[in-house]
Design a protein around this ligand. Sequence first.
Ligand SMILES: [Ca+2]
Ligand SMILES: [Ca+2]
Ligand SMILES: [Ca+2]
Length: 273
Amino acid sequence: MEVLEWPSQSPGLSPIKNLWKELKTAVHNRSPSNLTELELFAKEEWARISVSRCNGTHCEDIDECQTISPCFPSATCNNTIGNYTCTCNDGFSGNGTHCDDDNECETSNSCSPNATCTNTIGNYSCTCKNGFSGNGTHCDDDNECETSNSCSPNATCTNTIGNYSCTCKNGFSGDGTHCADIDECKTTNNCSPYATCTNTIGSYKCTCNDGFSGTIVTPFQLSMFLYWFSSLLDLSGVLSTPAEAKSLLLCYHDFVLLAESSGMQSGISAPAS
Ligand SMILES: [Ca+2]
Ligand SMILES: [Ca+2]
Ligand SMILES: [Ca+2]
């Protein structure tokens, strides 16, 4: 075996060291299992190294980046004359020989305030939170009231930022997801004392009892009767529908006629017709 001389005017290179490193890598890659194989592989690999690689006075640089992969897997190797450098890739920090993943979720990232940041090795991802849609960088509120929601058919849906709410409509009670009809006839209603209350889905109706029905009156008469009976019977009844008002009025109206015919004082002048 020919022994290489150390170049007398070596420009800082170490050709013997480089050749030795290259040989070690090649032998290592063949995984010798015993001393005999080790010697055999060493001779074979040495023979494969080009003679022009070193002629004793001129030495070529070895591209370590192509041979021994000296850098961390997540680093970029950059060959230089007589040496090499390792630089951690984007998303990693370290000296190149060792690189740690950056946790962008704890430092800086481009996720929307309405997104969830998930750290990954070498990167990160942004996922819009429930109730929002978008690419993670921009997340817009979903209008669940126009798409899909769990509101009862008998509820009113109200969109909110990131969510929505359901409120049972008038005449129903519940949590908004389930709304049951209120039986106003068993709770509170505006039916006349001289009417029969009938529950309906979402409402109720008042039907004047026999003897208390019939006469259509003017709006002025309506207001006068309501005023008079509010004071007389201490009613603060609030009429929510014209039908209720009409029912109440008609029943009262006949009651008034009955009362006046029996001599009861109404306290008001007869309305002009
Ligand atoms: Ca990361
Ligand atoms: Ca929403
Ligand atoms: Ca009802």
